[in-house]
Structure formats: structure tokens, C-alpha cells
Design a protein around this ligand. Sequence first.
Ligand code: ARG
Length: 251
Amino acid sequence: MKKILSLALVLVLSLTMVVGCGKKEVAYTVEDGVLTMATNAYFPPYEYYDGTEIVGIDIEIAQAVADKLGLELKIEDMEFDSIIIAVQRGKADVGLAGMTVTEDRLKSVSFSESYATGIQVVIVKEGSGIESLEDLEGKKIGVQLATTGDIYATDEFGSDYVHQYNKGNDAVLALVQGKVDAVIIDNEPAKNFVTANEGLTILPTEYAVEDYAAAINKDNTELLEKFNEALKALIEDGTVQKIIDKYIPAE
Ligand code: ARG
């Protein structure tokens, strides 16, 4: 009888241990005292290189949030399609990359409050004859891999017509070189790319309107709450708008 009892005790104890381990404690940040941000820094004015330094709207917003939380900001530049994986695997705390909130991404990560709006637009060569979305039928379309532009274009025109590039710049370069007929990308980077490259123009049609937010690990509710609290305060006191206005001059 005694034996059975102690056996039961061992069983209960080990069960608690298993359950206890199963509910893995999620650290508030990957590295103590540091907010590690994953991004893809080829997306002006949200994130881009100024010499060797990464600057932009997302960087300044992340810095302002980090300051509020008493954390140091560390930026990790990577391919766009690695950002969500980095957040999921606990390699980064937040993904901030002009990233659109989508149903599909919500299956993998949580999103913070939205801090900006993005619009998918179409860049073509001046005088290309492409004037509307209908004209894109059967044309070669350049996109940045795994972005919403890629997802929409592939859905609508079929993967045979969609050319994926690792960076937005590379898609635009392909357009300049005549390797693709159009590029679908977010409006603010589009404006930057058109200014930087002669002979390009943006179609007046808006392809899709989207919300940008920070991606955070699903299990890290503490960070999500704290990030949101800080972000909301920065939206309310006008800091976020000030940062956006600094990089996007009023037309
Ligand atoms: N808004 C688009 C998306 O979420 C494109 C974002 C690309 N961002 C970047 N930093 N390259 O899919």
C-alpha cells in the first residue's frame, strides 16, 4: 500500500514538472535590458541605410518605445521573409519593417497597435502604356519576396508573371533595366525609388490600403502589453506623427 502511495506521489510530482515545463516562461525581452528589433533596411523612409547607420520612421518609433520602457535598442537587419521567423523563434523581440497586418501573419505572430498606413501602388516606366491595373494582365510584375505586394500579385496574376526579389530596390532596378514591366510596392518607398531613378512613375490607382504594426511573439503577452502602452502614449502625445512628418514631407 505504502509503495502504491509513493508511486502515486512520484507520478503526481513528475506530472506537475511536465506541466510546469510545458508552460515555458517567456522572457520579457530576448536579451536583458535590450529591445532587439528585426527589420529589412531597404525600405525608405521606414528603414534604410544612411552610410553605415540604419535610420527611418520605424527605427525612431522603436527607439522612442525602447526609451519609454528603459531598454536599449538593438537593430538586426535581415531579409524581409526572415523577420517573422526571428520573432517566432525568439531571436528578436519585435519585427518593425513597414509590416502590414494580415490574417495570415496573425497565425504566426501578434501585432501591436497600428502606427501608420501603407498603400500598395504600381510603379511603371514613363510612357510604358500601362495606365491601369487591368493593363497589368500578362505583364511581368516585380515584387519584394513575401511582401503583401508579392501575395496580391501572385493571387491576382499568377506566379508565372510575378518576379520576386529579395529587396525592393532590386525589383525597381529590374524595372529600370526592362526585366519587368511594373513593380508593386508600398507607396512611400515607391516615391523614394521613383525620385532616385529617372524615367519611372507611379500609377494613380491605389492597389490596397494597409495597416503597419510591430510583430511580437505570440507567447510574449508582457512585451505586447508594454509595447502597446508605450506606443499608444507616443501616438497620443504626437511623437509618432512628428517622426512620420520628419521623413514624409507634406505634399
Ligand atoms: N508592407 C509590406 C508587407 O508587409 C512590405 C513591407 C516591406 N518592408 C521592408 N522593410 N522591406 O508585406
